[in-house]
Ligand binder design. Structure first.
Ligand code: R5P
Length: 292
C-alpha cells in the first residue's frame, strides 16, 4: 500500500484552463476516444494523412500479380506504410505481429471474379476484429450495383458493430464495370457512405471536379490507386487527389506492381505527407530505384 499523500503543496494550476483540442480528422470530433485513437493509428496526426498499403485483392481474385508471395513482396514494404489493408487470412499467416501500425481488415466478401461482385456478405465477426486488434474494418458498397441494398445494409451493420467496439469503418465505393466513374457518381456514393455512418471512405480519383467529391463528403476520403500506371502518372494522381482534399491513398497495385516497390512507396509518402510535387517525387523514385 502506498503511504497517504498528505502534502499540502499541491499545484492545481487553477489559472490555467484545461486544453480541449479538436481532433485532427475531418468530421471526426464527436467520435469516442477509442475510435479516435484507432483512426490516429491509420492517419498520421502530424500531417493528417495516410499512406495505406492495400493488399486485400486476393479476397476475390486469388493470387494477384505482385501478391503471389506476400512474405517476400509485401513484408519489406511494411516499415514504409502508415497502415496495412489486408484479409485476416494473410494477416494471421504472413504479417508479423510486431507490425504495430494500423490494420484495416477486409470485412466483406463472398463472390470471386467469376461471379457477380456486388453479391457480398459481411465476412468477419466483431469478436474476431477485436481479437486481431484492428483499427478499421473495410466493406464494399455497390451504389447502383445489382446488390446495392444488401451492400448498404452490410455497411450499416458493420458501423453498428464497429461503433460498439470503438473500431472504425471504412466504406469502399465499388464501381461496377459498366458504370461511369465521374464526380457525380463519386459524390453520390461517398455521401451515402458518410450519411450512413462510415468513419472514412475510399473512392477513386476522377480527373474532373474531384474537389466537389471531397467537399460534399463530411468525413475523410482516401483514394484507391486502381490499375497499374506508369510511376510518374500514379504520383501525379496522388498529388492531384491530395491537393483537392483527399486525406491520403489506399494504394496497392501502383506500389506492389512497381518495378521498385520500396522506392515507389517512399515517393508516394513524399507526395502525401509533404505535398511534394510529382516531378520531384518522381526524381526521388528514379534515384532511389537506381540506388537499389
Ligand atoms: C479492391 O477491391 C481492393 O479493396 C483494393 O484494396 C483496392 O482496389 C485498392 O488497391 P489498388 O490500389 O490496387 O486499386
Amino acid at each position: 500500500m502506498p503511504e497517504a499523500d498528505a502534502r499540502e503543496d499541491k499545484n492545481f494550476h487553477t489559472g490555467v484552463p484545461q486544453k480541449s483540442e479538436g481532433f485532427f480528422l475531418k468530421g471526426s470530433n464527436a467520435l469516442d476516444w477509442g475510435l479516435k485513437n484507432r483512426l490516429a493509428r491509420i492517419f498520421d496526426p502530424s500531417s493528417g494523412r495516410t499512406v495505406m498499403l492495400a493488399i486485400d485483392h486476393g479476397y476475390f481474385q486469388g493470387p494477384t500479380t505482385g501478391l503471389e508471395r506476400v512474405d517476400l513482396s509485401i513484408v519489406p514494404l511494411l516499415p514504409h506504410s502508415d497502415t496495412l489493408m489486408c484479409t485476416r487470412g494473410i494477416l494471421r499467416s504472413v504479417i508479423p505481429p510486431t507490425y504495430t501500425k494500423g490494420i484495416v481488415i477486409r470485412a466483406s466478401g463472398g463472390p470471386s471474379i467469376l461471379k457477380e461482385l456486388s453479391d457480398e456478405e459481411l465476412a468477419i465477426s466483431i469478436e474476431e476484429a477485436i481479437r486481431l486488434n484492428v483499427s478499421a474494418m473495410a466493406v464494399q458498397v455497390f451504389i447502383g450495383g445489382e446488390h446495392e441494398t444488401r451492400s448498404v445494409h452490410n455497411l450499416t451493420r458493420l458501423v453498428d458493430m464497429g461503433n460498439g467496439a470503438g473500431i472504425a469503418t471504412l466504406a469502399v465505393t465499388a464501381v461496377g464495370r459498366d458504370m461511369v466513374r465521374d464526380a457525380k457518381y463519386m459524390r453520390l456514393a461517398c455521401r451515402i457512405c458518410a450519411e450512413l455512418g462510415a468513419s472514412y471512405v475510399k473512392t477513386y480519383f476522377v480527373d474532373e471536379d474531384f474537389e466537389t467529391v471531397t467537399a460534399s463528403c463530411p468525413i475523410p476520403i482516401v483514394i484507391a490507386g486502381g490499375k497499374k500506371l506508369p510511376e510518374r502518372a500514379a504520383l501525379q494522381m496522388a498529388y492531384d487527389a491530395i491537393q483537392q482534399g483527399a486525406a491520403g491513398v489506399d494504394m496497392g497495385r501502383n506500389i506492389f506492381q512497381s518495378e521498385a516497390p520500396i522506392a515507389m512507396i517512399q515517393a508516394v509518402r513524399r507526395v502525401v505527407h509533404e505535398s511534394e510535387k510529382p516531378d520531384v517525387a518522381y526524381e526521388y523514385f528514379l534515384d532511389s530505384k537506381d540506388r537499389g
